[in-house]
Design a protein around this ligand. Structure first.
Ligand code: SAH
Length: 366
């Protein structure tokens, strides 16, 4: 018989990430500061510092009594992301970060600066359970969901670096956020929605970004797409279709065995109806697998007449995979056929390839 306590040593209880200010709603923040012995109005001042001024150094928050700052820092602002590796390319305008979380789990985020905007690509889970065979993240399965604050912090790190002139191109701000890093955001729905609220809530409650600048990319968890339509936050919905016929999609995006293409698209059109937002269809072009002209025709027919835009993504080959990107002429033909069906479509640029920061390459190899 094991002695008391011994079993816990063998199977340690899974710990939750430390609680952080970004996990809390406005009301919960007030409760927390009161617990710490501060009047409720201090919550607003703290949020002004943290979300409004993008300061993450409680010691410098002169509106908080000096003797309470250490407790505020220790209990409400634990360090969530430890940088393991930062890689850059494109003259420092593309920066990939590999982060270690409190329990050793790894995630990645990428900042991409264009002439007129900054887009950040963030992770919603450590690993991913969706098992798409062409995606690097899927190969090692799901480690765990990220907490709301672990998601939010990826953006705040970038926002601070931009505000402090640490990114090539001068002082700037984050304009767009895409949930296209590691993980399936719809499988971590609650925390992802809470994170989106921190992004879109006006300062001091959040960082005051337009919902239009946020893209949530999903394999197509149908019930969650209907839920998202009801949230009242009109983010851009992107669906990783990758294929217009169920037979092949069952293999390329295995969740298709649960939710078929017609169900996924019905959910998309409902989303477009409710929010007025154009839905993005993601389609990674894989040579001789899903890039045939007949599939372009079929996709064109499925999508035509709807509020939709197709993003064709040249496949980024992952290590060990036999698949590769389509021939340029096949890519061009695919695009042309979609246009002939009156479907808006473009080929996505693939920034960050050299640093394994492009779509589907995010796999913490450290
Ligand atoms: N789980 C979500 C979001 C993360 S992936 C989703 O699947 O949508 C973001 C996008 O990159 C998805 O469209 C995904 O299918 C695509 N992707 C994954 N691996 C890729 C690869 N090797 N080449 C090109 N795109 C890839």
């Amino acid at each position: 018989m094991p002695k008391p306590g011994e079993l816990e040593m063998v199977a340690p209880k899974r710990q939750k990430p430390p609680l952080h200010w970004s996990d809390l709603t406005v009301d919960e923040r007030k409760e927390k500061v009161v617990e710490l012995g501060l009047p409720a109005f201090r919550a607003d001042q703290i949020s002004r510092q943290f979300f409004g001024r993008l300061s993450n150094d409680p010691q410098s928050w002169t509106d908080i009594p000096a003797e309470l700052r250490p407790a505020v820092q220790a209990q409400l602002f634990p360090e969530l992301l430890t940088s393991v590796k930062a890689l850059d390319c494109d003259g420092g305008t593309t920066v990939k970060q590999v982060w270690k979380l409190f329990d050793g789990a790894m995630v990645e985020s990428v900042l991409m600066r264009y002439t007129d905007r900054v887009t950040m690509c963030i992770s919603s889970q450590a690993g991913c359970g969706m098992n798409c065979p062409f995606c690097a993240t899927g190969q090692n399965g799901l480690t765990r969901n990220l907490s709301t604050a672990e998601i939010v912090e990826q953006i705040l790190v970038g926002a601070r670096a931009l505000a402090n002139d640490e990114i090539a191109g001068g002082v700037g701000r984050v304009n767009n956020i895409v949930f296209m890093g590691m993980g399936e955001p719809m499988a971590n729905y609650k925390n992802v929605i809470a994170a989106i609220r921190r992004f879109t809530d006006d300062a001091p409650a959040g960082i005051g970004l337009s919902a239009r600048g946020i893209t949530l990319s999903t394999v197509g968890l149908v019930p969650r797409i209907y839920d998202l339509a009801k949230e009242g936050i009109p983010v851009t919905l992107a669906v990783s279709l990758h294929c217009p016929d169920d037979e092949l999609r069952d293999t390329l995006v295995p969740i298709n065995n649960r939710f078929k293409i017609n169900e996924v698209l019905d959910a998309c059109w409902n989303y477009a109806d409710v929010t007025g937002r154009r839905v993005s269809i993601e389609y990674a072009l894989i040579k001789d697998i899903n890039d045939q002209a007949w599939r372009a025709e079929l996709l064109g027919k499925l999508l035509q007449g709807n509020l939709v835009h197709v993003n064709l993504i040249p496949l980024n080959p992952t290590p060990g995979s036999i698949w590769t990107a389509s021939r340029p002429e096949d890519e061009r033909a695919f695009l042309r056929i979609l246009h002939e069906h009156g479907v808006a479509a473009t080929v996505r640029d693939t920034r960050g390839r050299e640093i394994d920061g492009a779509c589907g390459q995010l796999a913490a190899s450290v």
